[in-house]
Write a new protein. Structure first.
Length: 254
């Protein structure tokens, strides 16, 4: 039975200076959206035009159209840091793909990707996940864990119990839909929790969020109840003998 949900369409900007490639990308949007999913609308234009288009929250960028290569991703992040990026570039270059993801890409597609593959990548990205080979994500985790970057461990944020549950499932590579089903909440609620987790950790995407959580190993959880219990304990405890704080494991590392 067809779904009766009425979703607002998702506008996806398309940046490519190659007319044939641009036409091919636009044709991808002619494919039927899965039942219960919002319609995806292509919005072709120049980079400047699309960055000023406030309805656009996703941007597909053809690296072949920009002589600056990956530098264009950094310039996009400076102007619209919340924009989700889908990158089209040369295939067979693992290092380039890793650099694109580190620069903020939610998906990387090479020129040989067919319409169905492109559409699947779009559905994955608009669903809140990352489209990339698992072997490369494993390499990315190994690389970022070795970075001597104090920003990954400094200022550990306080998470609510629910945020911690969502983070645990993100670390298990669960998409928003599966997280919502597992926790018995709406998918849009999961997206809101993910957004707060990214803001609290200073992450630009789910991969960076996972890296920060894995590097920190444990992130303190302070709910309203925890604070009240801690306040009572602090009144009963002498200043010379501080007790342990409330800590929840980040999970997903076994």
């Amino acid at each position: 039975m067809p779904s009766t949900h009425n979703f607002d369409p998702i506008h996806i900007g398309l940046v490519s200076h190659e007319p044939i490639r641009l036409a091919g990308l636009i044709s991808v949007f002619d494919l039927e959206a899965p039942d219960g999913k919002p319609r995806l609308l292509p919005v072709p234009g120049t980079l400047d035009e699309l960055l000023s288009h406030q309805l656009i929250q996703y941007l597909m960028v053809d690296l072949h159209s920009h002589p600056s290569g990956l530098n264009v991703l950094e310039s996009i992040r400076r102007v619209r840091p919340s924009l989700r990026l889908i990158v089209i570039g040369p295939g067979g270059n693992d290092e380039l793909i890793l650099q694109a993801i580190i620069a903020g890409a939610r998906a990387y597609l090479d020129l040989t990707a067919g319409p169905e593959t492109v559409r699947m990548a779009l559905e994955v990205v608009t669903g809140g996940s990352i489209w990339a080979p698992r072997r490369l994500l494993s390499k990315l985790i190994d690389r970022l864990l070795k970075l001597p970057d104090s920003s990954l461990t400094s200022g550990r944020p306080h998470l609510t119990d629910r945020e911690q549950q969502v983070l645990d499932l993100i670390l298990k590579a669960q998409p928003n839909r599966e997280i919502a089903r597992h926790l018995g909440i709406e998918e849009r609620t999961v997206k809101a929790h993910v957004g707060r987790l990214m803001r609290k950790t200073g992450s630009d995407n789910r991969t960076e969020l996972s890296m920060r959580a894995l590097h920190a190993v444990k992130i303190p959880v302070h709910t309203g109840t925890d604070r009240r219990v801690a306040d009572r304990r602090s009144r009963d405890r002498s200043p010379e003998r501080p007790g342990p704080g409330t800590v929840a494991g980040s999970g997903g590392t076994d």
